[in-house]
Design a binder for this molecule. Structure first.
Ligand code: AHG
Ligand code: MN
Ligand code: MN
Length: 333
């Protein structure tokens, strides 16, 4: 049920509560604008011939879809009007995009413009994942570069995701509670529908791509087998996996459980990227009472050394993440 409070009013409340200048609200409002533009593009993509691959690969060596590029362009264009953002680190851009004329911007933005883009052509859920970091003060006045981004998730100022499902949702935290907003498409406004979300314990699903089992190490195999056999409060634990991290984390945030992307023999660091997937979602889920680990360390404690760094990811209800850690044991590498 919508409460009548809009997303921009919530940004204003956050701003008033923290005594902030309003710059963060401007950035978040711009992300919400990009999200509404993207929701519209995604909805119409099938009609206007924007499905499918471009034929190119991105910096990760992954095939790029037309909507990946459109999403990245929308984010860059929308942020052109947010001079407090000095630079953007995006999944789709090999290097940091230093915003022209924004050298004095006090924030940098990390973004996965379209998460789960493999779902584009099958009308499946997708997302946008974002994180906002404060720039080191001594870098003010310089064009943004990678040094601005190599900060642990614990230092995020705000983080969240947009979910493009049957409805479009904007879920974020600016360091306090996690709130969820649902888009009323007819008037283009997000309304608060999920105030102060707390992740449930002990009842949830597990989400993992079990097709990778032959590439897991023995501990991972045994750990997943344990989850598969477990009983939850509501009967046997169920598996759910959508192919879009944001959608799987959203389900887990509301219902409980754990999402896993373990290391595989072909991807020893796992698949998911620290700066624009794992850390923002870890920040958000931690503010909802959950946890995230790479199997050894809290995701929020990892200081990246590269823009597109990957880490394994286990994220969800605190009890489940502690169980993952216990089952993987110490000294894993
Ligand atoms: P992206 O579309 O941004 O590249 O992200 C895809 C990610 C993530 O959303 C999802 O959980 C995971 O890749 C699925 O990977 P597998 O197909 O290897 O399971
Ligand atoms: Mn992604
Ligand atoms: Mn993506």
């Amino acid at each position: 049920m919508a409460t009548g409070l809009t997303l921009s009013e919530q940004f204003f409340r956050d701003q008033a509560a923290s005594g902030a200048s309003g710059d963060l609200s401007t950035v978040l409002n711009r992300i919400s604008l990009a999200a509404r533009m993207l929701a519209s593009e995604i909805m119409r993509a099938g009609f206007v011939g924007k499905l499918g691959l471009t034929g190119d690969s991105n910096v990760q060596g992954e095939q790029v879809r037309q909507l990946d590029i459109i999403s990245n362009d929308i984010v860059s264009q929308v942020m052109d009007h947010a001079p407090m953002i000095a630079g953007i680190g995006s999944e789709e851009l090999e290097d940091v995009y230093a915003m022209p004329g924004s050298e004095h911007g006090k924030y940098v933005l990390t973004i996965d413009p379209l998460d789960g883009s493999g779902n584009v052509d099958v009308d499946g859920a997708m997302g946008t994942i974002f994180g906002i970091y404060r720039r080191p003060e001594e870098r003010s006045g310089l064009p943004a570069d990678v040094a601005d981004f190599l900060q642990p998730g614990r230092d995020l100022v705000a983080a969240g995701y947009v979910l493009y499902g049957p409805s479009t949702m904007f879920v974020y935290t600016a360091g306090g509670s996690v709130h969820g907003f649902t888009l009323d498409r007819s008037i283009g406004t997000f309304f608060l529908t999920h105030p102060s979300i707390r992740i449930p314990e002990g009842a949830g699903t597990y989400a993992v791509n079990e097709a990778n089992e032959s590439e897991w190490d023995d501990r991972t195999r045994d750990m997943v087998a344990t989850f598969r056999r477990q009983q939850s409060r509501c009967g046997p634990r169920q598996a759910r996996y959508s192919g879009a991290l944001a959608a799987d984390v959203h389900r887990i945030l509301l219902r409980g459980g754990v999402f896993m992307y373990p290391p595989t023999s072909s991807r020893p660091e796992g698949k998911l990227r620290l700066l624009y997937e794992n850390a923002p979602l870890a920040f958000l889920i931690s503010h909802a009472g959950g946890a995230a680990t790479d199997g050894r360390r809290d995701i929020l404690d990892i200081t990246p050394t590269e823009l597109h760094q990957r880490t394994p990811l286990y994220i969800g209800s605190s009890g489940d993440v502690a169980e993952v850690q216990r089952l993987l044991g110490p000294g894993r590498d």
